[in-house]
Design a protein around this ligand. Structure first.
Ligand code: PLP
Length: 493
């Protein structure tokens, strides 16, 4: 299987695509074609563990990796999840929650970022890269912590995370700044997420910086969600969730189902689209946003228009105006036209807006629709489910729940089963969740945890409650212009 860039250029193997992250012209790597999974293969996967199912899905794309090696990697990566990494919980007749937050950082990013170090290390070997790899990541909260946990103490890697000094939650900040491991570093960057992301992008695009790092025997790589090595592991949980519905006799094999996915960078939901293209019986994908509803407007009008203020919400991992992975979908529906995709992305960069044609929008809408929750309707959705069935969800998942409920209200006779993808443990955002389910407001996140536990009786993850007594290891804040000096200092350590 070769990979092509959404903006044209040479084909590469999967290892090269994973090492590079982005193609040289800024495009995203996509598989040359979608590998198929037949109904027979699906049936064979029914009796498998999560790691085994993931290895089957991954081996369809990553043919430069040995299949047994992939299975071993999946088993190691997912061994620390305390059981099934992606359990499905029945909420109501026909509605299920896919809980993707049972990993070490309590958010769905773990599913990809626990496996990525294995994939990347092997990819370096396959490409004959001998330098050490410095993972550089800008984060709005959850990716940074998951990258730190994934790459900590992994030989051959260093990992450095930059987060915006204004823009991550208290809990997210504590999670990152208390990180252990002897190859990690965390620095706050003055400003918001866009400032932080731009400063990091500048480092990646500088040949001079690359030269200076190479002198230290270091190359840069990214753990951001545009890397195919992050997308591929996410495809697996769509398969696994489907198979769990079949084996628990909630659906017949072959019956189509829907997913509602809380969306920021469009990585999670895009993996669902890839699963559908591979033959998984998925009918519709409902894309859920918060008040930063650029995607909702896109699915309604065919115009992607980011010319608006970024709003800070209680679902910070979805506070994003440029959903990078949408480029992969737009590329597909353009008939894989790399020139057109490149020119649209240029329009986005220069003017903040681009449109797809009416027929492309029609094709998109055969599978996708978009909705959003503002702060109030998100709280309402979380409260209603808590009161009706006693299930507690986080704020990101709350946005998805609102969108799913809207769909059912508009389509009362729809009997298609719905899986709502749940992306974070509620205790990761304890004050906001506490407010949603009880109306109580507390200032301190650990008081929030205590009261949320009293209200819900849900188990508190140790990794979050233990933060209270951990010492801060990383306290530095730097100016966006001085980022590279920080990188060099860390590289020399
Ligand atoms: C990252 C994240 C999202 C958004 O996922 P994308 O792949 O960026 O669309 C949603 N919820 C949580 C909790 C996240 O950490």
């Amino acid at each position: 299987m070769k990979f092509v860039s959404t903006r044209g250029g040479a084909k590469v193997g999967c290892a090269r695509a994973i090492v590079a992250g982005l193609s040289e012209n800024g495009g995203l790597y996509v598989p040359e074609k979608f590998p198929a999974v037949s109904v027979e293969e699906l049936s064979e996967m029914l009796g498998m563990s999560y790691a085994e199912r993931a290895a089957v899905v991954l081996s369809k794309y990553l043919d430069e990796y040995d299949a047994d090696w992939l299975l071993n990697a999946c088993e190691s990566a997912y061994s620390g999840f305390g059981g099934d990494p992606a359990p499905l919980v029945r909420l109501d007749d026909g509605v299920y929650m896919l809980e993707l937050w049972h990993g070490p950082t309590c958010a769905f990013k773990d599913i990809a970022l626990k496996l990525l170090p294995y994939l990347l290390k092997k990819a370096c070997e396959l490409c004959g890269i001998e330098e050490n790899v410095l993972i550089l990541t800008a984060t709005s909260g959850d990716t940074g912590k998951a990258a730190l946990e994934g790459f900590k103490d992994k030989a051959g890697f260093k990992v450095m995370v930059f987060y915006p000094s204004e823009g991550v939650s208290k809990m997210q900040k504590l999670q990152m700044c208390t990180q252990d491991g002897n190859n990690v570093n965390v620095v706050a960057v003055k400003g918001n997420f866009d400032d932080c992301q731009n400063a990091v992008k500048e480092i990646f695009s500088s040949e001079e910086y690359a030269r200076q790092l190479k002198e230290k025997n270091i190359i840069l790589s990214s753990a951001n969600s545009i890397n195919f090595g992050r997308l591929a592991p996410q495809i697996a949980y769509y398969f696994s969730a489907y198979l769990d519905l079949v084996s628990s006799e909630q659906i017949e094999m072959g019956e189509e189902i829907d997913f509602t996915v809380p969306t920021g960078n469009f990585g999670n939901i895009l993996a669902g689209y890839y699963a559908k293209r591979m033959g998984l019986p998925v009918r519709r994908l409902h894309c859920a946003s918060n008040s930063n509803n650029v995607l909702t407007d896109f699915f309604n009008t065919g115009t992607y228009d980011m010319r608006r203020e970024l709003v800070r919400t209680t679902a910070p991992s979805m506070d994003i105006l440029v959903s990078s992975n949408l480029e992969r979908l737009v590329y597909e529906v353009s008939g894989r036209d790399c020139k057109l995709t490149a020119s649209r992305m240029k329009d986005l960069k220069e003017n903040g807006v681009y449109s797809v044609t009416e027929s492309e929008l029609d094709e998109i809408r055969l599978t996708f629709d978009g909705g959003y929750a503002d702060e109030e309707t998100c709280v309402e959705a979380m409260y209603d489910v808590f009161i009706d069935v006693g299930y507690t969800m986080d704020t990101h998942t709350g946005c998805a729940m609102k969108v799913a409920v809207d769909w059912f209200e508009k389509h009362k006779k729809d009997e298609t089963k719905m899986i709502v993808v749940s992306t974070a443990n509620p205790y990761k955002f304890p004050q906001d969740v506490l407010y949603a389910v009880t109306g109580n407001d507390v200032k301190d996140c650990f008081k929030g945890i205590k009261r949320l536990h009293a209200a819900t009786a849900m188990a508190v993850p140790k990794c979050l409650s233990a933060l209270k007594d951990k010492t801060l290891r990383f306290t530095k804040t730097c100016d966006g212009k001085k980022l590279f000096a920080e990188v060099m200092e860390f590289a020399e350590k």
